[in-house]
Design a protein around this ligand. Structure first.
Ligand SMILES: [Mg+2]
Ligand SMILES: [Zn+2]
Length: 165
C-alpha cells in the first residue's frame, strides 16, 4: 500500500456501540474499539498535516444523532477524539476529525455519500485522490470514496476481521 492519506469511518469501522439496539454511542462509556484495530494501526508511520514523511490520517463520520438531538456536536467530536486516541495512541491534529452533524435526508451536502468530508481532509494534507484510501463499513462510505475519486476498502478487510463482528 502506497497511500499518503488514509481516512477512516468511525462507527462500525474503528468502534462499536456497547448499548444494545443503539447504532452509535451517545456518551462516554458506550463504545469499544474492535479487536485488532490498535495492532493494525500501529504498523503505520502516521503523519500530521504538513509533515513530509509518513501516512496522513483522518476520520470522516456521519453523526446524524446531533441533528436528531440525541447528543451535542461537541459530544460527538469528543467521543471521536477519545476513539482516535485509543486507536492511534496519540492525539489527532486539528481539523483531522470531520463530522456531518446533520439529520439524514436533509440535503446538507456533507453527509456521506457526499465526498465533502473526504475532500476537506485531502485538502488539509494537500493530497490528490489517487493517493488516498477511505476505510468504511457501509455502502455510503464506498460511494463517498467513489465520489471523492479515492480508493475504498471495507473495514473487515483492512483490519482483517470477520465482517459479521
Ligand atoms: Mg460506519
Ligand atoms: Zn451534513
Amino acid at each position: 500500500m502506497d497511500y499518503r492519506l488514509i481516512i477512516f469511518d468511525a462507527d462500525g469501522t474503528l468502534r462499536y456501540c456497547t448499548v444494545e439496539g443503539q447504532p452509535c454511542p451517545n456518551r462516554a462509556g458506550e463504545w469499544k474499539l474492535y479487536p485488532g484495530v490498535i495492532e493494525t494501526l500501529e504498523r503505520f508511520n502516521w503523519a500530521h498535516p504538513g509533515e513530509e514523511t509518513g501516512v496522513g490520517y483522518g476520520i470522516a463520520s456521519n453523526q446524524g444523532g446531533v441533528g436528531v438531538g440525541y447528543f451535542a456536536e461537541s459530544t460527538a467530536i469528543a467521543l471521536l477524539e477519545d476513539t482516535f486516541i485509543e486507536a492511534f495512541g496519540f492525539s489527532p491534529a486539528e481539523e483531522t476529525i470531520e463530522i456531518c452533524p446533520h439529520v439524514p435526508h436533509s440535503g446538507c451536502g456533507c453527509r456521506k455519500p457526499e465526498p465533502t468530508m473526504l475532500n476537506r481532509l485531502m485538502k488539509l494534507y494537500g493530497t490528490s485522490p489517487d493517493h488516498v484510501l477511505f476505510v468504511g463499513d457501509r455502502d455510503a462510505d464506498r460511494k463517498a470514496a467513489f465520489n471523492a475519486g479515492c480508493d475504498f476498502q471495507w473495514a473487515s478487510e483492512f483490519f482483517d476481521r470477520d465482517p459479521e463482528s
